[in-house]
Design a protein around this ligand. Structure first.
Ligand code: NAP
Length: 487
């Protein structure tokens, strides 16, 4: 029985390690439902890196995804010594799949320390920004930096999607998990955007939780959560944690959603030690395929597959090694587990019911790159990052002398974020990377590039400067944070 008579084409990427086994399992189950889906098999990951394609994603795979707009994929390994970037992250970013949806729920026949508590939650992870933009530099031979980029537009997209998702699944609350108490401008941007947009969804309870406490609460009382929206790295970590609450990575599906393309894959990786053994649990990829069916509008087929999966877990006639122990003598093969699900198509589980789903409307925001337009802005100084082995009592006075006669004066010097000059009586174990904050001598004025270049040329006569950040004010508000200990 199919939900639609129009044949849909899906790009199928078998992936690396255990990927082909998991993907084949999901594909066999979907084909057995008779739904009108055609698979276009394409490759990415290890085999592609080995061909010398540094991105791990060949043009024919990109071409297929551009056409089908929908992907079911196995995990991809990032082998050391080949491409520098993860092909997974590349795929997500190339097609702007800005949201990663990671649902977990208590499953019948999968005992865990949380069994009986009714865990049923979804982590919605921003998928293309944050530290995963992967913009890293060694600023000195011994000091590395990774840029944490968070945009207002990115926050608005993920927050709106989280509320729309909650509505599509009839969920009651959305928690926003951030580290805004420390990173006020980056993590704080998600919190502020969340609080603003939440007002448009009065039917959904909205609350903020600091991410470390969120991890604590998830272990202590996971049933209090419904939807959690969070930044990329927080979401990566929290969603591995939530998968462990319901039986482990073998049970954690995911969807990478964008306005144009959707990529469905397990949360887990290629688990190379199990590759080719026909023993792994394919549930996470099957769950991802169920999410894909819903995305394609095949709600009825999705429900048939989900019910058959739940019956199979509930009855436990065939269970995989991650549930019963690989050496227990009771573990069934991946193939046998798949066969059992196919046999159970058309049945409904006794102990659980599946949700009623409405199609998710993915909000489409303006494609204008500028999302915030202040009425006034001015540059009032600069942070100049300097590499030197000198200690603050030498460096500070030397910088003051170098700045004499320029438009700028030294306000303070910090080392890894803590003020070390003027001395505050602290005990800092300095490294050879200082941020030297210069501000205009005349508070009313605005710093010109010429004045900044003059300062840099003077600093460069004695020190190696490695990075410059302008200090700006937008509508009178500083666009930068103070150093620890700075007045
Ligand atoms: P992993 O492949 O997820 O495996 C970690 C552990 O999770 C396994 O050793 C196993 O635990 C358990 N596990 C994972 N999938 C399972 C399944 N289907 N059934 C049963 N148990 C399962 O993580 P990793 O070893 O850190 O990463 C391996 C490679 O995958 C790396 O190259 C990494 O970059 C890549 N990766 C890819 C993706 C992706 O494609 N989206 C995601 C994550 C990692 P036990 O050892 O306890 O049995």
């Amino acid at each position: 029985m199919t939900g639609s008579s129009t044949k849909k084409t899906v790009t199928l990427i078998p992936g690396d390690g255990i990927g082909p086994e998991c993907v084949e399992s999901a594909r066999r189950i979907i084909d057995a439902t008779g739904v009108a889906i055609e698979w276009e098999v394409r490759h990415a990951g290890e085999s592609v890196f080995k061909q010398g394609i540094p991105s791990g994603v060949p043009p024919e795979t990109i071409e297929s995804i551009r056409k089908t707009r929908c992907v079911l994929k196995g995990p991809l390994g990032t082998p050391v010594g080949y491409g520098e970037k993860s092909a997974n992250v590349t795929l997500r970013k190339l097609f702007e799949t800005f949201a990663n949806i990671r649902p977990v729920r208590e499953l019948p026949g999968v005992p865990t320390p949380y069994s009986g508590r009714g865990i049923d939650l979804v982590v919605i992870r921003e998928n293309v920004e944050d530290l995963y933009a992967g913009i890293e530099h060694l600023q000195t031979p011994g000091v590395a930096q990774c840029l944490k980029l968070i945009s207002r537009k990115g926050c608005e997209k993920i927050v709106r999607l989280a509320f729309e998702f909650a509505r599509s699944e009839g969920r009651k609350s959305v928690a926003c998990a951030t580290k805004s108490n420390i990173m006020k401008l980056t993590e704080g941007m998600l919190k502020r955007t969340f609080e603003e947009i939440a007002k448009e969804y009065p039917d959904i309870q909205a609350w903020h939780v600091i991410v470390d406490n969120c991890a604590h609460q998830l272990v202590k009382k996971p049933e209090q959560f419904d939807v959690i929206v969070t930044t990329n790295m927080n979401g990566d970590i929290l969603s591995d944690l939530t998968s462990a609450l319901v039986g482990g990575l073998g049970f954690a599906p995911s969807a990478n959603l964008g306005n144009d393309v959707a990529i469905f894959e397990a949360v887990h990786g290629s688990a190379p030690k199990y590759a080719g053994k026909n023993i792994i649990n394919p549930t996470a990829v099957i769950g991802s395929a169920i999410m894909m069916l819903r995305h394609l509008g095949e709600l009825e087929t999705a429900a048939r597959v989900e019910n058959a999966l739940l019956v199979t877990l509930e009855e436990g006639k065939v269970r995989t090694g991650d549930v019963v122990g690989y050496d227990s003598g009771k573990a069934g093969t991946t193939t046998a587990f798949t066969d059992e699900i196919i046999r159970n198509l058309g049945r409904t589980p006794k102990s659980v019911t599946i949700r009623t789903y409405r199609p998710l409307q993915i909000p489409r925001l303006s494609s204008d790159p500028v999302s915030v337009r202040p009425q006034q802005r001015k540059v009032i100084g600069a942070d100049v990052f300097v590499e030197t082995g000198e200690l603050p009592p030498v460096l500070g006075p030397a910088l003051e002398t170098l700045a004499q006669g320029t438009a700028l004066k030294l306000k303070m010097v910090s080392n890894r974020g803590t003020q070390v000059y003027p001395d505050k009586g602290t005990m800092i174990d300095c490294v050879d990377h200082y941020r030297c904050r210069f501000v205009l001598r005349e508070a009313q004025g605005e710093l010109t590039d010429q004045q900044l270049l003059e300062l840099l040329s003077r600093i460069g006569s004695r020190y190696r400067w490695v990075h410059v950040e302008k200090l700006q004010e937008f509508d009178g508000q500083p666009s930068y944070t103070k150093a620890q200990g700075e007045d």
